[in-house]
Each structure stands twice: as C-alpha cells, then as structure tokens.
Design a protein around this ligand. Structure first.
Ligand SMILES: Cc1cc2nc3c(=O)[nH]c(=O)nc-3n(C[C@H](O)[C@H](O)[C@H](O)COP(=O)(O)OP(=O)(O)OC[C@H]3O[C@@H](n4cnc5c(N)ncnc54)[C@H](O)[C@@H]3O)c2cc1C
Length: 339
C-alpha cells in the first residue's frame, strides 16, 4: 500500500486528466471524479501549443518551461504505446505590420521569416516568425492517452459529478457524488475549469478563487489542414475527424459566455482571409461549430492554490491549457508532497 497521501481529483478536462496521470505515476492512490472527459473547454477541436503570445510574441519563461514538460509527456505516452495526438510541427505567427515584424525579431525562440519565405497557404507582406518548439494537439487523443496512463497506474475513475465536499475526521475530506457515492481523502484537487463553484462547496471551502470567464469559438472548414498551424488572436489549426483526416479549423474571439452570435464564422473569416485568401470562398462545417469558456485568473497565470488545508484549486489556464497543464500537474504533486 502507498504511504503517500491519497488524493481525489475533480474534473475531466486537461487539468484533471494531467493531475490524475501525475499523481498516479507518483504513487498516490487517486480517485478521479469525472462524469465525462473533455466535456468543457478541453473539448476544443484543436489545441495549438504556442507559448509566443500577444502582439509582441513574447513568451513567459514559465510557459516555455511548461511546453518542454508537455513534449516530455508526449514522448512518454508514445513510448508507453498510448498515441498522444501531439504534433511538434512548429507554429507560425504572421506580422500584420512592419512594427510587429520588428517586435517578433527581438523574441528569443522566434525565427523571423521574410514575406517570400512563409509556408503556404499563408501570406503577409510583412513576413512573420517561426516557433520551432510549438505544435498542436488533438485534444481527444491527448485526454484519452492521459486517462489510459492514469488507469495503468491505478487511478480509479468515478464517473459522477461531485455534489458536496465536507471536512471529515482527522482532517480528511469527504466527497459525495450526484448519485450519492462517497469517497474519503487526505487531499482534494479541484480542476473544475470555468464551471461555477457549486453552492454546497462554499460551506467547507469558501468562495471560489476569482477568475474571469471568456468564451471563444472554433469552426471546422472544408479546406484541408495547412501543414503548419497559424497562431494569433485568430488562428488556424488541424482538426482530426473520426476517420483520422485533418481539416482546417479556424478559431478565436473573446466574448461573454453563451452560444456564438450568427455572424461569428463570417467575422473569423474576415479576420483571417488577409493571411489565407482561400478562406473567403471556403464553406464552414456548421455541424462542427464549437464554443467553450476558459478561465482567466490573477495575472492571467495558472493558479495552484490551497483554498483550505489539503484542498487545492488548480486552474485558470486561460488560452494555453494544453501548454501548461502537465507542468502545473507536476507542481501540484510537489506542493502536496511538501505539506
Ligand atoms: C475557443 C478556445 C480555444 C482554445 N484554444 C486553445 C489552444 O489552442 N491551446 C491551448 O493550450 N488551450 C486552448 N484553449 C484553452 C483550453 O481549452 C483551456 O485552458 C483548458 O481546456 C482548461 O482546462 P481545465 O481542465 O482547467 O478546464 P475544463 O476543460 O473546462 O474542464 C473542467 C472540468 O471540470 C468538470 N467539473 C466542473 N464541475 C464539476 C463537478 N462539480 N464535479 C465533477 N466535475 C466537474 C467539468 O465537467 C469539466 O470536465 C482554448 C479555449 C477556448 C475556449
């Protein structure tokens, strides 16, 4: 039997799945509460792995370090025979003006590209920049591989939502599912994304840490996927269908949560067609429209917070959850070990 504290993990997104894998591999007894995998933000049709963000293209050092952890996990999963759906293709940024091209040229890790050196189908009169350490993930494959690896290392999956959380004897935590199931743990890790904090949790844990909820949209097109993904406020990436074929998806937008306004696809096309003219004529696969809500926390950085003794909130991964979740999960294992 393990001498490490046993843990419950709540949430079936990339954060919950990464925690389940990291804690199970570290030898903890893991009870993972998730009704479904990828039912919220982590169900995004394609996740770019791009730490070079914003207008400047600068990368936060923690995101660069986190991306290295993600690539390490991808390799470990591959070696374990669990196809991770992670592709180290590099990522393209396009400059929308001479000033941005100059800014990109100052960023370590970005290689400037002249206008005539841009990979097709993309174009920009100002050129762009290439991030060789970036890439993209097929979220369904990644979550499936994490869940399978967690199960191999004896994580137990409880296919229910958590309705109640209470302090039990000896400082342990009791979780009760929406079907009445119960479990008892030394530590609990709540990776509930942008979901509202259920009211009954407030009694034991207090209010949820503050975060902002921002929605975004992704549309699958009928165009074949470009060989490299395009990152930026509006982006292009491959989305893999049931037959394993990759079509191009376009995404972006920051807006209040709720279904996308009717003109969303048209606005995304307008944002991107200067860089990829064929989009103007492309039809969208309206059956494959997707929207999700991401959580942005303090300083727009991922949060790992002990909200009550032995109860951790892990989230606020913003628009780079697939870049950072593996590293945040490893940090959580160290934080629990240090208590
Ligand atoms: C449009 C859009 C595009 C994006 N593009 C990218 C990208 O290109 N690259 C990238 O890295 N990231 C991207 N992101 C961000 C990424 O999707 C998120 O950062 C990430 O999915 C958050 O993961 P999470 O596990 O914290 O939350 P979620 O995926 O939201 O998961 C939360 C989980 O908690 C569960 N839950 C909630 N309450 C309970 C309860 N009471 N009991 C049990 N379970 C509960 C939910 O059911 C869900 O399974 C994008 C997001 C959006 C919206």
């Amino acid at each position: 039997m393990s001498s490490r504290p046993d843990v419950a993990i709540v949430g079936g997104g990339v954060m919950g799945a990464s925690l389940a894998r990291a804690f199970a591999r570290a030898g903890h007894a893991v009870h993972w509460w998730t009704a479904e995998l990828g039912d919220a933000a982590s169900g995004v049709p394609v996740a770019l792995l791009n730490p070079y963000r914003g207008r400047s293209g600068r990368a936060h050092p923690d995101d660069l370090a986190a991306l290295r952890v993600t690539w390490r996990w991808a390799e470990e999963l591959r070696v374990a025979g669990l196809p991770p759906g992670a592709h180290r293709s590099g990522v393209l940024r396009l400059a929308d003006g001479a000033r941005q091209a100059r800014a990109f040229a100052q960023v370590p890790g970005l290689r400037p590209l002249a206008a005539d050196a841009l990979p097709p189908p993309f174009r920009s009169p100002h050129g762009g920049a290439w991030a060789a350490d970036g890439g993209w993930i097929d979220p369904r494959a990644w979550l499936g591989a994490l869940a399978a690896d967690a199960a191999t290392h004896a994580a137990t999956r409880q296919r229910h939502r958590v309705a109640a959380i209470e302090r039990a004897d000896a400082g342990r935590w009791r979780l009760t599912g929406d079907g009445g199931e119960r479990s008892l743990h030394d530590h609990i890790l709540l990776a509930t994304g942008a979901a509202a904090w259920p009211r009954p949790w407030v009694r034991s844990l207090g209010d949820a840490p503050a975060f902002e909820r921002l929605a975004g949209d992704v549309f699958a097109t009928r165009l074949p996927a470009p060989s490299v993904p395009l990152a930026g406020a509006s982006y292009v990436g491959p989305v893999v269908d049931e037959r394993g074929l990759a079509a191009a998806a376009i995404g972006g937008h920051h807006r209040t949560p709720g279904p996308a306004p009717d003109d969303t696809a048209r606005r995304l096309v307008a944002n991107l067609s200067w860089a990829w003219p064929a989009l103007e004529e492309a039809r969208m696969r309206t059956d494959a429209a997707w929207w999700g809500v991401r959580a942005h926390g303090e300083g727009n950085r991922p949060q790992l917070r002990e909200v009550a003794p032995g109860a951790w909130w892990v989230g606020a991964l913003a628009g780079r959850g697939f870049v950072v979740a593996a590293a945040v999960a490893e940090a959580a294992v160290s934080a629990v070990a240090a208590r």
